[in-house]
Write a protein that binds this ligand. Sequence first.
Ligand SMILES: NC(=O)C1=CN([C@@H]2O[C@H](COP(=O)(O)OP(=O)(O)OC[C@H]3O[C@@H](n4cnc5c(N)ncnc54)[C@H](OP(=O)(O)O)[C@@H]3O)[C@@H](O)[C@H]2O)C=CC1
Ligand SMILES: [Mg+2]
Length: 341
Amino acid sequence: MAAVYQALHRRVSSLACRLHSTYVRKMRYLNQLKEDDSLCRQAQTSGTFYLFHNLSPFLQKVGKKYLVPQLSAAEMRQILGKLQEAEQWMEKSVLIGCSDEHRPHFALDLGALDKSVIEAELQGSFTNLRKALFVVDRKDSPLLASAQSLLRWHDSHQYCSRTGQPTEKNPAGSKRVCHASGVTYYPQVSPVVITLVSDGSRCLLARQPSFPPGMFTALSGFCDMGENVEEAVRREVAEEVGLEVQSLRYSASQHWPFPSSSLMIACHALVGAQRAEISLDTLELEEARWFGLEEIVEGLKREPSSSKQDDGSFLPWFPPKQAIAHQLIREWLQQQSAQTA
Ligand SMILES: NC(=O)C1=CN([C@@H]2O[C@H](COP(=O)(O)OP(=O)(O)OC[C@H]3O[C@@H](n4cnc5c(N)ncnc54)[C@H](OP(=O)(O)O)[C@@H]3O)[C@@H](O)[C@H]2O)C=CC1
Ligand SMILES: [Mg+2]
């Protein structure tokens, strides 16, 4: 009787599956790969692999474009065979997604191998992620960012913090387990609020001493334990520029791989125009000031390379479109333009 029920259940599931959208089927398949180790091992043999070396992704320059190559398991075997790397490379890879046709994508860090040999063999180069994110096709940036964050997390969680014993990753790389303590570790993400403060007619941008010269961006800060987004925004704005937020509006969010793995939660905040005097936290910020509409329009057009002036000073420019700060600034501009039209 149980067998009949199981067969029925399988038929209903497969029928339901066929009725689902491509997206739903894809998400369910990825979840299955995370849960079912033998299915994931099997999937690795037909998957594609994105390569990293000490967390720098492998890129190929074709003409003016930077491509992010995906290698098949057979191609991987051929290259790694030359480097005398045994089969365990597959065990080290982490699942980062799949195609609509359910071909799984994995990422793998080959940091233990000679980088120049792989680069020569594959005719490309391992490129620092900060550069890579801004030169590859827009659709590839989030993939590289999340792959690097996951690889970094595995690299820094190889031992159990309770027993000091090695932890073991599951084939998909969605968790690590310490067999001595039974503790399961899951990849960590730090929530960060990023806020574009406005006084109604101007917006506030700031710079840290470590930023490239001339670059200004919205205020940001890590959420404290126990804080909600609204509290984190109010606190960060108060701490960094001494202003009190009156109201805030959520805009969007973005995964950001720096410094390790952050979830950027982007908001617009309003402060009273009568209470807009900045008091700077000089421990964190070098400068913070109000920008009017015209200055924002000019800053968005400016390239970092053209911001230097003859006297050695720098005109302001803003983060590129891949950063959520850029989106916040554009949204503010649209809103202001609509109000003044
Ligand atoms: N995508 C985008 O558009 C933008 C992204 N960002 C990102 O937002 C992040 C946070 O912004 P930032 O203004 O620097 O943050 P904060 O204002 O919170 O200040 C950073 C400091 O907070 C401390 N800190 C607290 N919690 C953490 C944690 N979980 N991880 C690391 N440091 C922590 C560190 O101090 P200490 O070292 O003294 O312990 C760090 O130097 C940045 O790393 C940046 O990459 C920022 C702007 C734009
Ligand atoms: Mg900050």
